[in-house]
Design a protein around this ligand. Structure first.
Ligand SMILES: Nc1ncnc2c1ncn2[C@@H]1O[C@H](COP(=O)(O)OP(=O)(O)OP(=O)(O)O)[C@@H](O)[C@H]1O
Ligand SMILES: [Mg+2]
Length: 461
């Protein structure tokens, strides 16, 4: 851990001699001989420790001590007092100074006092990070994996966890992408450092940039706000999970690419970069390749993210997992709702196994939760398993009988693939009675992609 120190004393001689005494490899030492300079440094640099002379020309040290305690509550302050002036030292400590040193003190003693303060700071930072990573994140639920598909997913996650490379997790909504991202983090050497996750779709574009990159004091006109660390910096030493990466604007995509390539960020309003040590995991349920084709996603970023790809299979493709996951949810909700459900009827089991699960594990979880809330008999029956009103509109899996016919009369210069695509989409919409979710499922593509094609070909339902 590298520390930055600022010495504020109006005598340059004192600044220089203290600097010589305190100089060490892992310390950056800055000096200021007046308040204006000191304020500038504090606002533009992340200073850990301020050595503050009690007797300044323009004001007394205690007034300035109060000011910095207010503006930079995490900053450690050591007061420099004249020899034998213990009263002032006591007052300084009462006002939040961490310690004091007296001028003309033995250099060894000064060194010792400063090292002790920095050691204390280092421990505090470590404890804070540990606490954040273990407390803020709810414990990871056991990941059920009986199917080959899910076993392979976990195997890949464990392998990638050993490296520091960027991981891209893809899969339909509700398949467990967040869970896998956290699993990668916990299996990596960063497990006891922060795991910070941000949903790119949930935050307006204008705010997302400052959330991610942070900003310097005064980066926004008219505001007197303090500088702020962004999420990337907060994840330092740990993992940053960028959920719904497909929603990132092109502008932020190029900034993110820079971060991934250089391991450095520019806070908003900053002229110099800050080095970072963060593992990135991204997830999406959209087809990034398709977004690349639409020029909505940068190809170079796609390549950079796609170094290690984990595809989480949809629930319908890993039927062996359905009942074990359902049983895990039943156990959880038994505890949560104080119920005693101990069995599922054969009919209900068959339904769970054969249902299409467009909302995947999340839908399964919701269905079990609803069923258990109502259940009195201790046995989960078919009638308990009502579908969510949204699902009711399209509960059935795609019909095996749905047949598509494509008729093409090749003409010079025509893109046959596009013509075929257009016909397939028109037919799917027709078969699905214009229900886009269902049509998308018939076509085996995400609904968002279908929307895109409908727009692209100017189709009317
Ligand atoms: N294999 C599994 N075993 C147990 N629980 C699971 C499993 N997979 C997913 N879940 C649970 O299913 C729910 C949805 O998972 P998660 O939020 O990770 O999905 P997601 O793919 O990130 O969804 P979205 O695309 O909507 O963001 C969570 O409650 C999660 O704990
Ligand atoms: Mg998610």
């Amino acid at each position: 851990m590298k520390f930055s120190l600022l010495i504020l004393d109006d005598e340059p001689m004192v600044c220089n001699s203290l600097r010589r005494i305190l100089e060490e490899e892992d310390r950056e030492i800055l000096t200021a001989t007046n308040l204006k300079k000191a304020r500038e440094v504090l606002q533009s640099e992340p200073i850990d420790l301020l050595l503050l002379d009690f007797k300044l020309d323009s004001t007394d040290g205690i007034t300035f001590l109060k000011e910095v305690r207010e503006d930079f509550p995490d900053l450690l302050v050591i007061m420099i007092t004249a020899y034998g002036n213990i009263d002032i030292a006591v007052e300084a400590m009462r006002n939040g100074a961490y310690d004091f040193i007296q001028k003309k003190e033995e250099p060894d003693f000064i060194r010792y006092t400063v090292s002790r303060a920095l050691e204390n700071l280092r421990l505090k930072k470590e404890v804070e990070e540990l606490r954040r990573s273990f407390q803020l994140e709810s414990p990871l639920p056991a990941i059920v994996a009986f199917s080959q598909g899910m076993k392979r997913t976990l195997y890949l996650a464990e392998q990638f966890a050993q490296t520091d490379s960027t991981v891209l997790i893809t899969g339909e909504t509700g398949t467990g992408k967040n869970l896998i991202a956290h699993y990668v983090h916990l299996n990596s050497h960063r497990f006891n450092r922060p795991f910070i996750s941000i949903n790119c779709a949930a935050i307006p574009h204008e705010l997302l940039e400052s959330e991610l990159f942070g900003y310097e004091k005064g980066a926004f006109t008219g505001a007197h706000q303090k500088g702020k660390k962004g999420l990337i910096e907060q994840a330092n030493g740990g993992t940053l999970f960028l959920d719904e990466i497909g929603e990132l604007s092109l502008d932020l995509q190029s900034k993110l690419l820079h971060v991934l390539e250089r391991n450095e960020i520019y806070r908003l309003g900053a002229e110099t970069p800050t080095t970072i040590d963060v593992r990135f995991i991204a997830a999406t349920n959209s087809d990034l390749q398709e977004l690349v084709d639409q020029k909505k996603f940068r190809l170079d970023l796609f390549y950079r993210l796609n170094v290690a790809n984990i595809q989480v299979p949809p629930l319908r493709e890993r039927k062996e997992d359905i009942l074990p996951i359902a049983k895990q949810f039943i156990e959880n909700f038994n505890k949560k709702f104080n119920k005693k459900v101990h069995r599922i009827t054969v009919e209900a089991e068959n339904f769970l196994r054969s249902y299409y699960w467009p909302g995947n594990v999340r839908e399964l979880r919701n269905m079990i939760e609803r069923a258990m809330l109502l259940n009195r008999s201790g046995i989960l029956k078919m009638e308990d398993l009502s579908l969510n009103p949204i699902d009711v509109r399209c509960p059935e899996p795609p019909s095996d009988h749905a047949q598509f016919k494509v008729l093409l009369n090749p003409a010079k210069g025509e893109n046959l693939l596009h013509l075929a695509q257009r016909q397939l989409i028109e037919q799917a919409l027709e078969i699905a009675g214009n229900n886009r979710s269902r049509a998308a499922r018939l076509l085996g593509i995400p609904r968002t992609s279908l929307n895109f094609y409908i727009q692209k070909y100017g189709l009317k339902e």
